[in-house]
Design a protein around this ligand. Structure first.
Ligand code: TYC
Length: 98
């Protein structure tokens, strides 16, 4: 018997969606503590990995903080933007196709 559900998922591209990296970018003004807080609250990192990612951004200029489907990645970028803006920091997050 043909598997209609599987065939439809494949046809619609739902079996293997395009994934997007969310990158955090360095700047000279956002406090390290604020970046760590963002990584814990928005990207659900524990303190150790948030600290590690923050240092990677600080030293290398940018780092990946998560990989998601488009709608989720876009929402994370927007959440970073809103939180940074309301706290008066220039922190920037961007999307990149995986
Ligand atoms: N460079 C910032 C500082 O020295 C810290 C920082 C880290 C800023 C990561 C942004 O995405 C960032 N206060």
């Amino acid at each position: 018997m043909p598997n209609i559900k599987e065939a439809t998922e494949i046809e619609l591209g739902l079996d293997n969606p395009q994934m997007y990296k969310v990158l955090l970018h360095n700047d000279d003004y956002t406090p390290m503590e604020f970046v760590i807080e963002i990584l814990m609250k928005i990207f659900h990192k524990d303190l150790d990995s948030a600290n590690e990612i923050m240092w990677q951004v600080h030293e290398k200029g940018k780092a990946v903080c998560g990989i998601y489907i488009y709608e989720i990645a876009k929402t994370k970028v927007q959440q970073v933007k809103m939180s940074a803006k309301s706290n008066g920091f220039p922190l920037l997050a961007t999307l990149e196709k995986e």
